[in-house]
Design a protein around this ligand. Structure first.
Ligand code: GYE
Length: 314
């Protein structure tokens, strides 16, 4: 009888401690504008499930006001931590101060926030967008011996992903006087806008015969550009080169098909590192590096097929 009582007490204690450790995390996601973002969201949800974390997920449909509303709701619900993938850089300081006053730790994922007080978040887990732009430009300038007229499909205006990729790409091509961006416009990181904007650009460029390459800030816009180039009677990846970022499965398939030339990888698996930081914080660690960098490979015709096999994608 005594042993049974001891076992029940131990089970109850384990149950209580497990409940005590079971946390609730709010995640204010940008939206579902791209295949990469969908993979990112799914990865965070799966990781939360694996760790027994209750995840409150909000899709802001690419609107900052929706993200801020979601963060305020998480604060009101007294979640244990908040993840934010900020759609644009500015406008975050007030709501981050509210989270700090509520003593709820915040981790920034993916894009960046522009704040004067960096104590408002524990850390940012993200790639280096400038390096991504540099890697895309380096491949292109080498492939074209530094002579290329480029059409640029920019990501969301004011997002650190678009700003960083643009900066890195432009600084790299600046060394090649005969490589220039002849037209540049946002297509908001979506496939539909990528097709629509490129159609307009090609028409404005007399059909695109003078265009050497498309620089797309993400694969979705590159995949849209492929359709526009085909409808203009040209061969994507051959008549007009395409360099892009994200390395989602569809882009790797397009590389294998010879329709995209390069995609710079950006890992969507940001949930694990984020939950590790939250665990460390709850364990007493208070100081973190302000940027935990995520890397990625560069995929071309040389390695895209092998990566698809490794990912188990047919
Ligand atoms: O490249 C794109 C998504 O913020 C880095 O946002 C992310 C970008 C990514 O729409 O596919």
């Amino acid at each position: 009888m005594k042993d049974l009582f001891k076992t029940l007490t131990l089970a109850a204690a384990i149950g209580i401690s497990a409940t005590a450790n079971a946390i609730t995390v709010g995640f204010a996601q940008v939206g579902s504008e791209s295949g990469w973002r969908t993979s990112f969201s799914e990865s965070v949800k799966a990781e939360a499930e694996k760790r027994g974390i209750t995840l409150k997920f909000s899709d802001a449909q690419q609107k900052q006001e929706n993200q801020i509303k979601a963060v305020r709701s998480f604060i009101a619900q007294r979640v244990d931590a908040i993840l934010i993938a900020p759609v644009v850089e500015t406008g975050w300081q007030p709501v981050l101060m509210e989270a700090k006053r509520a003593r709820i730790p915040v981790v920034i994922l993916d894009r960046n926030v522009s704040v004067t007080d960096h104590s408002l978040y524990l850390t940012r887990i993200a790639p280096d967008f400038e390096v991504e732009g540099q890697r895309a430009a380096s491949w292109l300038t080498e492939k074209t011996q530094g002579k290329c007229n480029i059409l640029e499909l920019q990501g969301t205006v004011g997002s650190s992903a678009a700003l960083g990729r643009m900066k890195g790409f432009n600084e790299t091509i600046a060394k090649f006087p005969e490589t220039k961006i002849v037209r540049s416009q946002t297509a908001e990181f979506t496939r539909a806008k990528g097709k629509e904007v490129l159609e307009t650009m090609l028409k404005a460029e007399g059909g695109g015969k003078n265009i050497c390459a498309i620089w797309a800030h993400n694969d979705e816009m590159a995949l849209g550009a492929i359709q526009a180039i085909k409808e203009a009677g040209l061969k994507p990846g051959k008549d007009i080169l395409i360099v892009s970022v994200d390395a989602v499965d569809d882009a790797l398939k397009a590389i294998v098909a010879g329709e995209i030339n390069v995609s710079v990888e950006l890992s969507p698996h940001l949930g694990g590192p984020a939950f590790d930081v939250i665990n460390e914080y709850r364990g007493g660690k208070k100081e973190f590096d302000k940027w935990i960098r995520m890397g990625g490979a560069v995929y071309t015709a040389d390695n895209a097929a092998a990566e698809l096999t490794k990912r188990g994608v047919k």
